[in-house]
Design a protein. Structure first.
Length: 330
């Protein structure tokens, strides 16, 4: 009969040399048993979607490039960007010298309406986001947030007619309008339109702030309002900035509201009580008409579109920089 001590010693020596001992169970293979073809398909689809967005952007640039270059062979870049008179539009046949191509009135009108929209959307959107994130119960949040996001689904042409037929007569009792078209009404209505964008994204950013930060603030004696404004709001600042910049992009690119309610006459004015045509309004007017291909007004359409594309791109670049600057990782 073998000595148990020798056996233990032999077993221990075998274990030290790397051979499995008798008491160990079978080895378990933790590697992947079967190839997951579904994940590969999803990965390919996601990559294709990313490259499709890049391809669309490149396609827009290419489609705008040749007509825009043709436009600037006849009109100086300085005259286009800083000219104070824009008379390009429909009418009899005319040459390049018969019209003024200063785009500044269109840019100023776009800027004024966007600022008015932000003055409406940012306070209302952030207020709604703070309430939904910090004060509302789960039951109230499930009801109010979908109702708020319904505003984003209303067709913009409806907002345009509301600005023209509802808000303008109401505001006429408070301010004096020279014509039925003005920049104040479409700016206010556009602000209501982008409230869901600002509110929803800001609320998501605030809800992502860890609960431990709130609890630490409460432990130091801060109330809910101070915690919201001094802890949660700064922690979610990158997401809030992204929401506001997205609202700016939406306001700059809005077409139907300004086409219906802001007017179709481009003139340089800083008075929101007066009407003036925006860049998107001009594009809608010319694109919906019969602009002869190769005419000056045809090429001006692409020049204004290229400028609008450049402004939107600049806004997005500023947004990315600000988000990276204020981003906090937890």
């Amino acid at each position: 009969m073998p000595d148990s001590t020798a056996t233990a010693a032999t077993g221990g020596s075998s274990a030290r040399r790397g051979r499995p001992s008798a008491w160990r169970g079978p080895a378990v293979d933790l590697g992947q048993q079967h190839p997951r073809h579904g994940e590969r398909v999803i990965k390919v689809l996601l990559i294709a979607a990313a490259w499709a967005s890049v391809a669309v952007t490149i396609g827009i640039v290419v489609s705008l490039l040749a007509p825009t270059v043709t436009f600037f062979t006849h009109v100086g870049l300085g005259d286009f960007l800083f000219g104070t008179e824009w008379t390009g539009g429909f009418g009899d046949k005319f040459t390049w010298d018969d019209k003024s191509w200063g785009v500044l009135p269109l840019v100023v009108a776009t800027f004024i309406i966007t600022v008015i929209a932000l003055l409406v959307a940012v306070p209302l959107g952030l207020g709604a986001a703070i309430y939904l994130s910090e004060y509302a119960s789960e039951r109230v949040r499930k009801v109010l947030k979908p109702v708020l996001e319904v505003l984003a689904g209303i067709p913009t042409v409806v907002y345009g007619f509301m600005a023209l037929t509802v808000f303008t007569p109401i505001l006429a009792h408070l301010v004096q309008f020279n014509t039925i078209h003005n920049m104040l009404s479409p700016g206010i209505v556009m602000g209501f339109m982008i409230v869901p964008t600002v509110a929803s994204l800001s609320q998501d950013a605030m809800s992502a702030v860890p609960l431990a930060l709130r609890q630490g603030s409460y432990a130091l004696g801060a109330n809910r309002m101070k915690t919201t404004l001094r802890v949660v709001f700064p922690a979610a600042l990158s997401g809030i900035v992204a929401a506001i910049v997205l609202g700016i992009s939406r306001a700059v690119g809005e077409t139907m509201i300004v086409t219906i309610a802001a007017g179709s006459r481009a003139h340089l004015t800083f008075d929101p009580r007066e009407g003036s045509q925006t860049m998107t309004g001009f594009i809608a007017q010319i694109a919906s008409g019969d602009a002869p291909q190769g005419s000056p007004v045809y090429y001006s359409l692409f020049a204004v579109g290229a400028l609008l594309f450049a402004i939107t791109l600049l806004i997005n670049l500023v947004s990315i920089r600000m988000v990276r600057k204020y981003r906090q990782a937890y």
